[in-house]
Design a protein around this ligand. Structure first.
Ligand code: FES
Length: 683
């Protein structure tokens, strides 16, 4: 008796024999091959596309004849004439296996497709979203066997997709009857898979096959900015990204001032809650518009944020977070209805997933960084610093992971800097200073040219040179130190001391002129002594936090450093180390991870099992509370010097020799002590 045909699937390599006439989709299911389908094999969705290969395949021991699959059928022809099927593709649910065959499943047809990530070191995202589309054919009502339309829809979902115990909200009940009839008893539903104690829930229903897709938002809610990525829930593609300033800034620039606003003003917490929710609603509409989709197709949002933002987003008074023992209302992750959070711009039934917090000062943003960067899986000791208004710091390896957060303030984001601005076109983002001539050159956002390029004025004519952003000020300060314009205590030298008339008197201190555009009606962009002090405060807080975790782990060095954060990606490792933002490490072991918290939010959006994983990870992370740790202050003071008063920086010294200069004349700047005073005030 002739053997059943052999089918080999690539790239999985899964193989087996199936009865002749079995569809490719059915064979894939039998053999556990990842082949997608939304319409359940009805030839409507085209998610099951495969590419059969013909000829001799010695690797697989198979020769594939031209008639190994059944000829094109009418369903495929109809699909091809209406929407076009790529050359060489077949619909897996239509093509039947007749003889031995090799079938390639292209990436877009895999259920658990991998999302391509830009950063080579970052983890891949495997698609397995909580909300998916299902196309079903529902039995028509029968007078003799009375049952509700919703019950028959639920039964169809169970029989055709194995979804048990499906439920729906009232608004779906209102729609189910007209939609079922309009679709001729064929409908597409978006179902949110139950987590915790929730049942699978129908979120939306469309007549017939829904072509419009469904989408989700991954939101990184920071103290200064709110950044969102709009992702396609079918394949994880980011269709649009947008950000707005957090409007809560008007209630206080940093977290503690917002907590005190809530403490001092009855109803202040509610004001801040409303402000941020309104901003998220506006951002939702904006980002949907940019991507060209209806906001109602946004079915889910995931949030990462620090504990104060977390409470204010949820409408919880953050007062307890302002005082020891810094108790959170809840540290667990949450699955909520967007409606109950007044997030009304997305779908009526949209669900919100808020990542878990680690502790009262270490939030869901740090949890998201852990999800993205996976320190708990690292062989070597890794320090991950998420730089923002509040820095999230993680240190550890597969044995133990510690976390803390450190109040760096907004200086790293260009705020509190005399010529500071947001990272936007026209902002200086890169700086180099010639150590011999002390002359600077720079790049601005929006142009790839250095300012000493003859074509620079023309290239920047549209944007102008408007200010200096976070990465620009970090490079400027580090370059000033490398060029001998700044001494280790952070004092800017005078023109006489430094030999350049770019160092100008500025009250009792000095400033370094980076760019003077006044003759053309532009701004004067200098680095002032006050700017240096603001950066020193911020970097000392960052370093002290990292050092505290190293103490806790009993180590004096780390194997590698990862700079994360929306702006962490733009910081040059060399400049970060010259400044002493991070502990000494080989320069080639300092890398950027981009917006790791945002990536963590995306992972949680695209992969429902990652949500359970992050719960596990968070429980294993040991948090260190910087606010009540006396050594934090010691580390902070020692870290005020550039790069550091006492800690050796052997790798840095080998790579970048720093000039020995000292400009302390005893007058003018109030130095480190002033920094200490300001910090005490802030605390
Ligand atoms: S499974 Fe939908 S077209 Fe084949």
């Amino acid at each position: 008796m002739a053997q059943d045909p052999l089918v080999v699937f690539t790239p999985s390599g899964k193989r087996g024999r199936v009865a002749p006439g079995t569809t490719v989709l059915a064979a894939a299911r039998q053999l556990g091959v990842d082949l997608d389908s939304v319409c359940g094999g009805r030839g409507i969705c085209s998610k099951c596309q495969v590419a059969p290969a013909y000829g001799e395949f010695s690797k697989h021991g198979v020769t594939v004849a031209g008639d190994a699959l059944s000829p094109w059928n009418t369903v495929e022809e109809r699909y091809d004439s209406k929407r076009g099927l790529k050359e060489g593709r077949r619909l897996g649910c239509q093509a039947q296996i007749v003889k031995d065959v090799v079938i390639d499943v292209p990436p877009e047809s895999q259920v658990h497709k991998q999302v391509v990530r830009k950063a080579a070191t970052a983890r891949d995202i495997v698609m397995d979203p909580a909300t998916k589309l299902y196309y079903v054919e529902v039995e028509e009502p029968d007078m003799h066997e009375p049952s509700g339309d919703l019950e028959r829809l639920a039964r169809a979902l169970h029989d055709q997709w194995g979804l048990a115990d499906v439920t729906a909200d009232l608004h779906i009940l209102r729609e189910v009857q007209p939609v079922l009839r309009k679709g001729g008893w064929k409908v597409t539903v978006a179902v949110h898979r139950g987590t915790h104690d929730h049942r699978p829930r129908i979120m939306e229903i469309w007549p017939g096959f829904h072509e419009g897709g469904i989408y989700g938002l991954a939101i990184d809610l920071g103290s200064t900015t709110v950044a969102a990525h709009l992702c396609d829930l079918a394949d994880g593609r980011v269709l649009a990204s947008a950000g707005v300033m957090n409007p809560q800034i008007r209630f206080g620039e940093d977290l503690m001032s917002r907590v005190s606003y809530a403490m001092m003003n009855p109803g202040g917490d509610r004001e801040m809650t409303t402000a941020v929710r309104d901003a998220i609603n506006r951002l939702t509409v904006e980002i949907a518009e940019e991507a060209g989709i209806a906001p109602a197709l946004i079915m889910e949002a995931t949030f990462v944020c620090n504990p104060v933002m977390h409470h204010l987003l949820l409408g919880i008074d953050p007062v307890e977070l302002g005082q020891a023992p810094f108790a959170l209302a809840t540290a667990d992750s949450l699955t909520l209805n967007a409606r109950e959070m007044d997030l009304t711009a997305m779908n009526d039934a949209a669900r919100v997933f808020v990542l878990p917090c680690i502790a009262g000062h270490v939030g869901a943003d740090a949890a998201a960084v852990a999800l993205s960067e996976e320190p708990h899986k690292s062989e070597d000791l890794v320090l991950i610093v998420d730089v923002g208004t509040n820095a999230e710091i993680l240190l550890g390896n597969r044995e133990r992971v510690l976390a803390c957060s450190s109040p760096t303030g907004p200086a790293f984001e260009g705020a509190q800097i005399s010529a500071g601005q947001r990272a936007a076109p026209g902002a200086i983002e890169r700086v180099e200073i010639d150590p011999a001539t002390k002359t600077p050159r720079f790049k601005v956002i929006g142009s790839d040219l250095w300012s000493d390029d003859p074509a620079f004025p023309e290239a920047t004519a549209a944007t102008g040179i408007t200010g200096i952003c976070g990465s620009g000020i970090i490079e400027a300060v580090a370059e000033m130190r490398m060029a001998g314009l700044l001494d280790p205590s952070g004092l800017i030298g005078s023109a006489a001391q430094t030999g350049t008339d770019r160092c100008v008197a500025d009250g009792r201190t000095h400033a370094y002129v980076l760019h003077d555009g006044r003759a053309e009606g532009g701004p004067l962009i200098s680095v002032t002594q006050g700017d240096i002090r603001a950066i020193q405060l911020a970097k000392s807080a960052l370093y002290a936090g990292a050092r505290l975790l190293m103490d806790e782990l009993g180590v004096d060095a780390v194997d590698r450093v990862v700079l994360a954060g929306a702006f962490g990606a733009h910081i040059s490792p060399k400049h970060a180390m010259v400044l002493g933002m991070i502990p000494d490490a080989p320069l080639d072991k300092v890398s950027s991870a981009g917006n790791a918290a945002g990536t963590g939010a995306r992972i949680a959006l695209c992969n429902v099992t990652a949500r359970a994983e992050i719960e596990q990870i968070v429980r294993r992370i040991h948090k260190v509370e910087t606010a009540v740790e006396p050594r934090f202050q010691e580390h902070f003071v020692a870290a005020n010097a550039i790069p550091h008063a006492t800690a050796p920086f052997p790798h840095l010294s080998a790579a970048v020799p720093l000039p020995r200069v000292g400009f302390n004349t005893g007058a003018g700047d109030d130095g480190a002590e002033g920094g200490r005073r300001r910090r005490r005030r802030r605390a």
